[in-house]
Write a protein that binds this ligand. Structure first.
Ligand code: Z5A
Length: 209
């Protein structure tokens, strides 16, 4: 039997990486075989693309290149990692997927979302998650968490994190609009509260699946 495909989405600092790990542990404890991956990334080539899109360089990618880089990374991880794992009956949890392209490059950067959906279908051969968990946080919570993490790890905001406040407001609204359009696929969880409460809401959404 084909495995289940779960994606985590949302603005930066929403706790995706944290809750991906916690969900994977919970599912493994129930005896499921779970593969965790992320976007951009998840294969050697895709991890190189991840470096390229986040790097501060003199000639940063123009928006169209940015889209193509994310889609190239996605095509690699879908073909070489996600689809084979699903075919083996494993659960796959992916930290970001197609909805990030629609939110960041569509609502955020202003590329037509329908056009992005068509290109995305080409990259994924039509693969759609069974469940998408949208960890929603307002921009001020997102900024505060990222600032705390940067202070703790002595790191700097990357190229995309540095995009302005208006960009981050548009992409959050974009995620929420995507969720409204597909209520059966999305579970929207307020991630500004306590971590334990968010974990419980994630598990409840997965149990419904
Ligand atoms: N991108 C794109 O533009 N288009 C695309 O198609 C795709 C991606 C696929 C990926 O970078 C970047 O690429 C991203 C979108 C863009 N933009 N940026 N920047 P990434 O994967 O490195 O960044 P991210 O996805 O935004 O992850 P993140 O910043 O690491 O955030 P997170 O994974 O959602 O959160 P976290 O690391 O689990 O938690 C952040 C901090 O908050 C951490 O210190 C936690 O301990 C803390 N935290 C978590 N939950 C809580 C709660 N509930 N309370 C308090 N503190 C908490």
């Amino acid at each position: 039997m084909r495995g289940k495909f779960i994606t985590f989405e949302g603005p930066e600092g929403g706790g995706k990486s944290t809750h991906v790990r916690e969900l994977a542990d919970a599912l493994r404890a129930e005896g499921h075989k779970v593969l965790v991956t992320r976007e951009p990334g998840g294969t050697r080539l895709a991890e190189k693309i991840r470096g390229l899109v986040r790097e501060e360089i003199e000639d940063p990618p123009v928006t169209r290149s940015e889209v193509l880089l994310f889609l190239a990374s996605r095509a690699q991880v879908v073909a070489n990692v996600i689809k084979p794992a699903l075919a083996r009956g494993e659960w796959v949890i992916c930290d970001r997927f197609a909805d990030s392209t629609f939110a960041y490059q569509g609502y955020g950067r202003g590329i037509d979302v329908q056009l992005l959906k068509n290109f995305n279908d080409f990259a994924t051969e039509g693969l759609v998650p069974d469940l998408t968990i949208l960890l929603d946080v307002p921009p001020e919570v997102s900024r505060a968490r990222l600032a705390a993490r940067q202070a703790a790890t002595a790191t700097q905001a990357d190229r995309i994190e540095q995009a302005g406040e208006e960009f981050h407001r548009r992409l959050r609204d974009g995620f929420l609009e995507l969720a409204r359009a597909e209520p059966n696929r999305f579970a929207v969880i307020d991630s500004s509260g306590e971590r334990e409460a968010v974990s419980a809401a994630v598990l409840a959404a997965v149990q419904r699946l």
